[in-house]
Ligand binder design. Structure first.
Ligand code: DAT
Ligand code: MG
Length: 139
């Protein structure tokens, strides 16, 4: 059903600072159900593919380097209105602009090391979910 899933990653900065539990608690408390989850590390090639839409941006190489620098947690989250509600929960890309109480205001270090990913559309949620998870890994 469209509109009910989003793909998140807990990024290497947040994982390395032991914020997996705190972030998952915020996600569950906000009413998202975990449909799929894995602890993994992206190769540079995989990070480049995931963020290919940004390949012309000046920050792309640094982003790929950072996103492949350590382990991440990837998850498919389920909730009505998942995309918009999750973007609201995580806050602005730059934590300096993120509302108090959002995941990024609570845990992000900088615009690059910003703790979490959230899909930006229903279409990309499907593409990004398929990037990480097969059918038998979804519940
Ligand atoms: P979001 O992750 O909020 O969807 P985005 O899709 O515009 O933001 O960018 C993807 C990631 O790229 C973002 O989480 C962090 C990095 N990024 C974006 N803008 C940046 C910038 N101006 N400088 C450095 N990194 C940036
Ligand atoms: Mg984005």
């Amino acid at each position: 059903m469209t509109g009910t899933i989003t793909l998140t990653m807990i990024k290497p900065d947040a994982v390395s600072k032991n914020h997996i539990g705190g972030i998952l608690k915020m996600i569950n408390d906000a009413g998202f159900r975990i449909k799929a989850m894995k602890y993994t590390q992206l190769s540079k090639e995989q990070a480049g593919q995931f963020y290919a839409v940004h390949q012309d941006k000046g920050f792309y190489n640094d982003l790929v380097e950072f996103m492949s620098s350590g382990p991440i947690v990837a998850a498919i989250l389920e909730k009505e209105n998942a995309i918009a509600d999750f973007r609201k929960l995580i806050g602005a890309t730059n934590p300096a602009n993120a509302e108090p109480g959002t995941v990024r205001a609570s845990y992000a270090e900088s615009v690059q090391r910003n703790a979490v990913h959230g899909s930006d559309s229903d279409e990309n949620a499907v593409i990004e979910s398929d990037f990480f998870f097969s059918k038998v890994e979804r519940f």
